[in-house]
Design a protein around this ligand. Structure first.
Ligand SMILES: Nc1ncnc2c1ncn2[C@@H]1O[C@H](COP(=O)(O)OP(=O)(O)OP(=O)(O)O)[C@@H](O)[C@H]1O
Length: 323
């Protein structure tokens, strides 16, 4: 993906509402075919960023470029290139799914025969063919979100922008929606920008993420790389399960050279290595030699939730294994 063209670019993009700075000096580059996650808590400035990218809100300063077009100066062209799923997608509730999509096609001047084809295909791709003739008011939130994506697909834009797409959807619905987003990028070649505060959900599908807090982009990159950066120089923490899981296991782990702390954490045991040490290679033979069987082993700290927490804590990495 590194060689692909940048399709979304921002230069010091800034938005102020009176004394509130919603977005501050945002510099972002999203490449063609990429799934980019804009991640941050409520009020971080994600929606404001998206609205500026779509030319729906004017930046206070800086620039948002979509396919090289300034979004503020060319909002109509940008609307043609970028499909947008807002966090609360609106449909005509008394019309059926198909009728809503046909209406979108008409608004986008797609000829009727072509519109029929695209609507049928879009409904099929989001798994709603069987609900084509149902009124949208009968749809669940997950179905509405999928219909929202079908609505975007009718327009067939190169870029898809989704604001909190998984919000309020049950786990199965989330799984389907994320799989659909991946298909759009991988098979359809679409560039996807999605915003979310539900990190663990979206981290699975994002090629890169940007961590956005209080209007500022604190870091951007692949999740694994951010993990390495955030955790660099910090003592390695390991989570494991072994049996028999008794007090003797804890004391056995404590006596392994290079281990500085051992704590029970729910169903797991967490241990911290001395700075610069990684005891994982020794762990299996060591435990086996003492009559224990290792069932599970993971280095902590490369999970987006962990990374995120580190950014929130800023300097305050407390060295605790809690969380
Ligand atoms: N039209 C507006 N007028 C005044 N302040 C606004 C306006 N829109 C957003 N803000 C403020 O700008 C900041 C960023 O809001 P924004 O909606 O972009 O955040 P967000 O990351 O999308 O959050 P959420 O997940 O809650 O949607 C917030 O402090 C918000 O209150």
């Amino acid at each position: 993906m590194a060689g692909q063209a940048a399709v979304i670019v921002t230069h010091n993009l800034t938005k102020r509402y009176g004394s509130i700075t919603a977005v501050q000096d945002l510099n972002l580059e999203i490449r063609q075919g990429e799934i980019f996650g804009l991640l941050g808590p409520n009020g971080a400035g994600k929606t404001t960023t998206i609205l500026m990218l779509l030319g729906l809100t004017e930046p206070t300063s800086g620039q948002a470029l979509v396919n090289g077009l300034d979004a503020t100066r060319h909002p109509l062209e940008v609307k043609r290139i970028a499909g947008y799923l807002p966090d609360n997608v609106g449909f005509y509730d008394d019309l059926t799914a198909r009728e809503n999509l046909l209406y979108t096609a008409r608004l986008n001047q797609i000829p009727p025969a072509e519109a029929e084809k695209r609507v049928a295909l879009s409904l099929e791709q989001v798994g709603l063919s069987n609900f084509a003739h149902r009124r949208v008011k009968e749809f669940s939130r997950g179905m509405r979100q999928r219909l929202g994506i079908a609505d975007i697909m009718v327009k067939d834009p190169a870029i898809i922008i989704l604001d909190e797409p998984t919000l309020g959807i049950d786990p199965e619905g989330v799984r389907e929606l994320l799989a659909l987003i991946v298909r759009l990028a991988r098979e359809g070649g679409k560039t996807v920008l999605l915003s979310s505060h539900l990190l663990h959900q979206v981290q699975q599908i994002c090629d890169r993420v940007g961590i956005f807090v209080a209007g500022r982009l604190l870091a951007a990159g692949p999740v694994a790389l951010l993990g390495h950066q955030v955790m660099a120089g910090k003592p390695l923490e390991i989570e494991l399960q072994a049996e028999p899981d008794n007090d003797n296991l804890l004391s056995t782990l404590r006596s392994l050279q290079g281990v500085t702390a051992v704590e029970r954490h729910g169903a797991f045991i967490r241990l911290r290595c001395a700075a610069g040490r990684d005891i994982r290679p020794e762990l299996v033979p060591y435990l086996a030699g003492k009559g224990f069987t290792l069932l599970y082993l993971r280095a902590r700290g490369y999970d987006l939730d962990d990374i995120y927490r580190q950014y929130f804590q800023g300097e305050g990495y407390h060295g605790t294994m809690a969380g």
